[in-house]
Design a protein around this ligand. Structure first.
Ligand code: NAD
Ligand code: MG
Length: 391
């Protein structure tokens, strides 16, 4: 039986890499539904190639444009409109697996729908778990879903851990998330004041969406990943450590009680964790180049510098604060990155905005999807207001 897939965010960096892997295995996978925000032409090309039953666009205008082109091209795909349709395609009874590759908290509701419907949920959309936290994990448990990490660090940890999660607590001492350090790893902290969005998006090893590229430059990406690891592997905040490894060959590691460390290695190519999640526990070709040890110069490691990357530590602080604080941090950061990309705040003000929002919004209720979405909206409104006061 072929696995039927829904890909949320199919036009993005993870979405297109997922379709690249899927196209290599037509005997295993069938695309049931795709979704995108605004990229009508790329979505049309994906519909022509993969013939999904449904395609979902984020606005009525984009859905109309796509529907028109689908008709002109004689395709059978039915076009629907977000947000409700995202939950429909994520939980549809004919879907086996959902790739969650929307960026930001916008992906939380469809992830929850997939979790409640007991799907195999391939999670790239880290912000959904950072916002959803315990509520998200409860939905996975109650729905009987299988949650598989796609973020390369978490895929590495997942692959390095013992098979039976019941043994993790007694066997694992801590996990080590590796970080590239981004484009500003060696820059003087003071010189970061005036960097431009294009400089910040120029990641040394990967081409990714703009949000995660900025997050890599501030290391807020790693902060979000610390929070993601806390939930995925049920770790205490102090069991999660970060080490900079610029070559990105070791994708993360697990240190066991006896001081033995197991790491996962490979070339830095997101098709590896994507193929791993799609096929797990089987292994399929991903299309990624294999690691050539003869040409590998050196693997180096260093501590993250707190002056250069002040945002990193917010993750542990938020995890130790009231439930919902990680949702506030995520909302602030989404607003801050967007404001930086629009050149409304400076690079160094991203952290200042995150801090100021955390100080202004104290979560009281974070126990349901509704309350988390309300908290997300409240924190965004506060952060937007704070942006006006920056300059
Ligand atoms: P991207 O910006 O390239 O793609 C995002 C996708 O989501 C696009 O298809 C876009 O149309 C869609 N989208 C954006 N906003 C939306 C909204 N409001 N409603 C519906 N759809 C929307 O981003 P990406 O780099 O592919 O990252 C996707 C997710 O995967 C992020 O959470 C990111 O942190 C995570 N991730 C990415 C990488 C990577 O290498 N790119 C690695 C690890 C994790
Ligand atoms: Mg990652």
């Amino acid at each position: 039986m072929k696995q039927r897939l829904t890909i949320l965010g199919s036009t993005g960096s993870i979405g297109t890499s997922t379709l690249d892997v899927v196209a290599r295995h037509p005997e295993r996978y069938e695309v049931f539904a795709l979704s995108a925000a605004t990229q009508v032409d790329l979505m049309l090309a994906q519909c022509a190639q993969f013939r999904p039953r449904y395609a979902v666009m984020a606005s009525a205008a984009h859905a109309r444009q796509l529907a028109e082109k689908i008709k002109q091209n004689d395709l059978a795909t039915q076009v629907l409109q977000a947000p409700d349709a995202l939950e429909t395609i994520a939980s549809h009874e004919q879907v086996d697996a959902v790739m969650a590759a929307i960026v930001g908290a916008a992906g939380l509701a469809p992830c929850m729908a997939a979790a409640r419907a007991g799907k195999r949920l391939l999670l790239a959309n880290k912000e959904a778990l950072v916002v959803g936290g315990a509520v998200f994990m409860r939905a996975v448990r109650d729905g009987g879903a299988t949650l598989l990490p796609i973020d390369s660090e978490h895929s590495a940890i997942f692959q390095s851990l013992p098979e039976d999660p019941a043994t993790w607590h007694e066997r694992v001492d801590h996990v080590l998330l590796t970080a590239s350090g981004g484009p500003f790893r060696t820059r003087e902290p003071a010189s970061l004041r005036d960097v431009t969005p294009d400089e910040a998006c120029a990641h040394p090893n990967f081409s990714m969406g703009r949000k995660i590229s900025i997050d890599s430059a501030t290391m807020m990406n790693k902060a979000l990943e610390v929070i993601e690891a806390r939930w995925l592997f049920d770790l205490a905040p102090e069991q999660i450590k970060v080490v900079i490894h610029p070559q990105q060959i070791i994708h993360s590691m697990v240190q066991f009680r006896d001081a033995s460390i197991i790491a996962q290695l490979g070339t830095p190519d997101m098709r590896v964790p994507i193929a791993c999640g799609l096929a797990w526990p089987e292994r399929i070709a991903s299309g990624a180049p294999v690691l050539d040890f003869a040409r590998l110069a050196a693997l180096t490691f260093e501590q993250a510098d707190a002056a250069r990357f002040p945002g990193l530590h917010l993750s542990w602080q938020a995890l130790c604060a009231a439930p919902g604080t990680t949702a506030v941090l995520n909302a602030a950061n989404e607003v801050a990155v967007d404001a930086f990309l629009q050149r409304r705040i400076r690079f160094d003000q991203i952290h200042a905005l995150n801090l100021a929002t955390l100080e202004s919004v104290l979560p009281s209720d974070a126990d349901t999807l509704q309350s988390l979405l309300a908290l997300d909206a409240q924190a965004r409104a506060v952060a937007q207001q704070l942006v006006l006061g920056f300059n």
